[in-house]
Design a protein around this ligand. Structure first.
Ligand SMILES: [Zn+2]
Length: 749
């Protein structure tokens, strides 16, 4: 007893002469009340509600097991709820895992079988008092059986189930199978049935209905329904309805009683549709079952109630269901809103992402760290996107900090900081403090300067998910913008996981939009449509009606360009490739440009040509590989690059050094300007080489395939223009030379 904090008074052996009153009370308790005592304590302390207790006790009566274990498994309490409660308010000393390390002889006092049966573990022996850790020390029957087994005075502390199981594993060396069995128990639980998708609702409904008719002879209605609600067919049916909704991506389930039927409707993408009609006879059983699941009062039928169901589907997927019950004329109407965070929130799904873009976003935000950038002009909906993402990530176990200017919307559970430059609370200053606040997710209103960018990248590289906006026009240019403000490209490559660029464009009013009958094929082609699709393309224009106040447009839709930093994109960023090439690689990796997405919206009849043309730019024609990455060749002094009379057709560009142009054995000119093309004449005319090109000392040139000249002229006007300028200059030069030679010759004659 000479401990730092008072231990629970040791319970003397039953055979001791001195029988204390507490001992007698313990020993005589044969009623089994101890089995539910922890439940009563938890209920009294407000840790669980009455219905949860009832549900757990019912379950215990049916399947056995310790109440704490059942409550934990039903997720009504947390792993350490009992430990905290009993140690803080009931004077049971807490025993933590590091104390579960008994001497060998102490361990031998308690066999594994006894330990398992009582969920207890020996800690230490002091004189004749054995200190024991128990999961449920309030169960007097367990304490008694433990005492009978060890024949010692007991000093009992409280420990979590998890820690005791770990101790079993470490000290009793139980097999993995044995260990898993503690968790396997949970798998037989009814909640696991929820995972199953119901194949045949019809037979399940009949089964449930039959069950009700059989039971309806019972007189006590209250009891009957509580019982029925726990009956297998009803459980299966309700679980089936929930699972079907979740797997189908439904946002709301409506279960509505009418005079002769119970209607189930699902809301998908904002529209309700009827899923099934259930017999009205099972109305009360279904309602009761939903109430039990959501911890509501089964007996209360006259007042509205709100509750929540937590469901586990598969291993990791947690789904929250918000339940609202409203008494209506024909009974209680149930509406369940599915808050499926793994599927993201309704909000994100309603922003109008292309399916692939949406999947990429999900991939990026489900990573534990990285820098995710959202970009676009003011009013392009960047904040809405970020908020939707944060909202999707906003769970109890995630700490989210934001620094914003201004704070546009308040979130519950998110710590939002308002930038106040006047008092020195800048983005960077707030961010520095953030890192000491142990966040999981950080959102930065805007990256404007190097300092903010640096801290954001540092945070992303040290295990945080960091979101920020940058003021740029498209995804690839965001990278160059950050390089411009001073971030090394290799740091961007290893921290940025996605860049989302966006625009908001107006939606055509569906009530009055009209199909355009005289399409301007040239305009459509210039916009980016392919020649082949234009004849069959249906495009619409705004007209104006009462519904849209004459605007012809109603509501807006987002266009999103998502650059996911895949391995190849990362390499491109790391290599500091020009924007054009980065864009090209991103497109190859699946990025749809803003313009591409805009064209899709026109094809879908969602918006007009004008809206897309005004809000998106056609991305610069990306150069083909042979132009971006031509062969680079090194030549030594006097080495021949092109030989007069040959019929090869490649053309070249001088990168470094100088070249001689030799004709008939005489040097007729030199090429010294880096960037100057040569040898292109033969590629254009098909004639043999008209001169020999020799390296003057060492030189570096790029070789381009000559058979691509027609392709370049047709598709890459900028490159073709440069080529022709070089040719024209050379022709001019030659022309002047010839003129000079002729005039000199004429004079000499
Ligand atoms: Zn209209």
């Amino acid at each position: 007893m000479a401990m730092n904090r008072p231990l629970k008074k040791p319970i003397p052996l039953r055979t001791d002469a001195a029988k204390s009153t507490s001992l007698r009370a313990t020993v005589r308790d044969q009623s089994g009340a101890g089995k539910t005592k922890i439940g009563e304590i938890l209920s009294k302390e407000g840790q669980i509600n009455h219905n949860q207790l009832k549900h757990a006790v019912d379950y215990q009566q049916k399947h056995g097991g310790m109440l704490s274990h059942i409550l934990l498994r039903l997720r009504y309490i947390e792993e350490d709820t009992i430990l905290n409660l009993l140690s803080r308010s009931y004077n049971y000393p807490p025993i933590r895992s590091q104390q579960l390390n008994p001497e060998k002889d102490v361990l031998q006092l308690l066999s594994y079988e006894t330990a398992k049966a009582n969920m207890a573990f020996p800690v230490s022996l002091k004189e004749e008092t054995l200190r024991v850790a128990m999961v449920e020390p309030t169960d007097t029957a367990l304490v008694e059986s433990l005492q009978a087994a060890v024949k010692r005075n007991l000093s009992i502390g409280v420990c979590t189930e998890k820690e005791i199981l770990e101790a079993f594993k470490t000290h009793y060396k139980i097999s993995d199978e044995e260990y898993k069995q503690y968790f396997d128990l949970a798998k037989d639980d009814e909640d696991e049935e929820a995972v199953k998708v119901v194949e045949d609702f019809g037979s399940l409904v009949s089964e449930a209905e039959g069950e009700i008719e059989m039971q309806s002879v019972r007189e006590d209605v209250e009891e009957k329904e509580a019982f029925l609600a726990n009956d297998a067919p009803i459980i299966k049916l309700v679980n089936g309805i929930l699972v079907k909704a979740i797997t189908d991506g439904i946002s709301d389930i409506h279960i509505e009683p009418f005079e002769h039927s119970l209607q189930v409707r699902y809301r998908l993408d904002g529209a309700l549709f009827r899923s099934m009609n259930l017999p009205i006879t099972i109305k009360s059983a279904i309602t009761s079952r939903v109430k039990i699941l959501s911890g509501l009062d089964i007996a209360e039928r006259r007042l509205p109630q709100d509750g929540r169901i937590k469901m586990n589907i598969g291993k990791k997927k947690n789904v929250d269901i918000r339940v609202s019950i409203l008494p209506t004329l024909f009974g209680e109407s149930i509406v369940m809103r599915i808050l499926d965070r793994s599927q993201l929130n309704v909000d994100l799904t309603r922003l109008g992402f292309e399916l692939d873009t949406f999947k990429s976003i999900q991939r990026c935000i489900s990573r534990p760290y990285g820098l995710l950038l959202v970009t676009g002009p003011t009013g392009s909906g960047k904040t809405t996107t970020l908020y939707s993402i944060l909202n999707a990530l906003n769970t109890e176990d995630t700490k989210i900090l934001t620094v914003e200017d201004p704070v546009e919307f308040n979130f519950r559970g998110i710590n939002q900081v308002l930038v106040r430059e006047k008092i020195g609370l800048t983005f960077a200053a707030a961010l520095r403090s953030f890192l000491r606040q142990d966040p999981d997710v950080i959102m930065i209103g805007e990256i404007r300067d190097l300092e903010t960018a640096e801290i954001a990248i540092k945070a992303a590289m040290t295990g945080h998910l960091v979101f920020a906006t940058v003021h740029t026009n498209d995804a690839p240019s965001t990278i160059s913008r950050l390089v411009d403000i001073g971030i090394p490209s290799y740091m961007l490559a290893s921290s940025v996981t996605m860049v989302l660029s966006q625009r908001l464009i107006r939606r055509l009013c569906p009530k009055c939009k009209v199909e355009v009958d005289n399409k301007d094929a040239e305009e459509l082609e210039a916009l980016g449509f392919s020649k082949d699709e234009i004849p069959d393309l249906k495009i619409y224009r705004p007209k104006g009606c009462a519904a849209c106040n004459g605007a012809g447009y109603k509501g807006r839709v987002g266009l999103y360009e998502l650059m996911e930093v895949t391995d190849d994109v990362e390499k491109a960023i790391n290599a500091n490739l020009p924007e054009d090439q980065l864009r090209k690689i991103s497109i190859r990796e699946g990025m749809l440009t803003l313009r591409d997405v805009g064209l899709n919206k026109i094809r879908e009849g969602v918006t007009s040509v004008e809206e897309v043309a005004r809000n998106t730019a056609i991305t610069k024609e990306s150069l083909p590989d042979y132009l971006v990455n031509p062969n680079i060749e090194e030549y030594q002094d006097r080495e021949v690059i092109i030989r007069e009379g040959n019929t090869d057709k490649d053309f070249f560009m001088l990168v470094k050094g100088a070249l001689y142009v030799v004709k008939g054995g005489k040097i007729i000119s030199q090429i010294v300007q880096p960037g100057e093309y040569f040898g292109e004449m033969s590629a254009v005319t098909g004639d043999p080489r008209s001169a020999t090109i020799i390296s003057n000392k060492r030189s570096t040139v790029k070789r381009y395939p000559g058979d691509k000249i027609p392709d370049i002229i047709e598709n890459h006007p900028n490159v073709a223009k440069h080529l022709f300028e070089v040719m024209a200059n050379r022709l001019n030069h030659a022309d002047r030379q010839i003129y000079r030679l002729l005039t000199e010759k004429g004079r000499s004659e």
